[in-house]
Design a protein around this ligand. Structure first.
Ligand code: CP
Length: 312
């Protein structure tokens, strides 16, 4: 059985990008691929793009879709085996996952990091619990440590927008009032390592990503130096890994502006806080790729579903 849990589940990235391009440029009627099958989408956290793009992709592949806001409407789930469930959670993930497997043929799961305990988040209890106990393929719609659908959409976007064989791509931290997970930057770094790009990661000291996940990298702490000659600038906030889940800095000089962007194309996964993470002028300007990224989320979801359906 094939899952789509992380960017590692993408076999040949050039082949996936070529297929994505084909889906966009020469759309065919693919509704027979999912005919008679049901996709169940479980949201433990909020969403706009993931929910709509995954549903749209499912319809394009002929799948029936069931959506549940599990975080607000489902039973609290126990994740640990052997627990005496006298208090707290009402249902164990073993039964919950198996029951969803009775109703559906594939599952999408969105379950963010709690940002309280690093090892708990790295264990990916909900995502891996559904993969282990549902008996059907699982698609990661953003988990504690990764957002592979977003990363695939970002790879498709850069591949489609670049004018160079080997563009310079800069991932830049940005300020944010709340503590956000590292899922998006983790998956972005991982997929960029498989692209023909020169990747530079810039953030303030204390915001180093988890190299167990991303692989080793040398951060550039001077944002302006990192941005020199950039072709693509991907802006994202994340909270500290070493002081797990903390906001260490809210320095507004890290916000992306037109002046700092220069001639580069701007990327962000959205949602984004205007004039905190990025200035209006950048989001509203012609160098912004954010809507192309959002459009490519549908293509990424189609590719992931075709993969788990064995139709890729
Ligand atoms: N980029 C992204 O995953 O958007 P949503 O959180 O709105 O789904």
């Amino acid at each position: 059985m094939k899952h789509f849990l992380s960017t590692e589940d993408i076999g040949s990235l050039p082949e996936w990008i070529a297929k994505g391009k084909e889906l966009t440029e020469n759309p065919k009627d693919l509704r027979s691929l999912g005919n008679g099958k049901t996709l169940c989408l479980l949201f433990f956290n909020n969403s706009l793009r993931t929910r709509l793009s995954t549903q749209k992709a499912a319809h394009l592949l002929g799948l029936e879709v069931i959506v549940m806001n599990f975080g607000s409407e489902g039973w609290n789930l126990e994740l640990t085996d052997g627990t005496v469930m006298e208090h707290g959670a009402a249902e164990h993930i073993r039964e919950a996952a198996a029951v969803v497997g009775v109703y559906a043929d594939l599952i999408g799961v969105r379950a963010f990091a709690g940002l309280k305990d690093r090892e708990t988040d790295k264990a990916e209890g909900i995502l891996n619990g559904f993969a282990a106990h549902s008996g059907i393929p699982v698609i990661n719609m953003e988990s504690a440590t990764g957002h592979p659908l977003q990363a695939l959409a970002d790879a498709l976007t850069i591949s489609g927008a670049t004018k160079k064989n080997r563009p310079k791509v800069v991932l830049s931290w940005a300020p944010h009032p709340k503590a956000l997970p590292q899922a998006v930057p983790n998956s972005f770094v991982k997929i960029m390592r498989r692209m023909p790009v020169d990747l530079v990661v810039t953030h303030p000291p204390g915001y180093e990503l988890d190299v167990d996940i991303t692989g080793a990298y040398t951060p550039v702490y001077d944002q302006r130096q990192a941005l020199e000659e950039a072709d693509f600038v991907y802006v994202k906030n994340w909270s500290s890994v070493t002081r797990y889940g903390e906001v260490l800095l809210r320095d507004s000089t890290w916000m992306m502006t037109s002046e700092k962007l220069g001639k580069a194309q701007f990327m962000h996964c959205l949602p984004v806080r205007r004039n905190v993470v990025v200035a209006d002028e950048v989001l509203d300007g012609h160098q912004s790729l954010v809507l192309r990224q959002a459009a490519n989320r549908t293509v990424a979801a189609q590719l992931a579903m075709m993969h788990v359906l064995g139709k890729s």
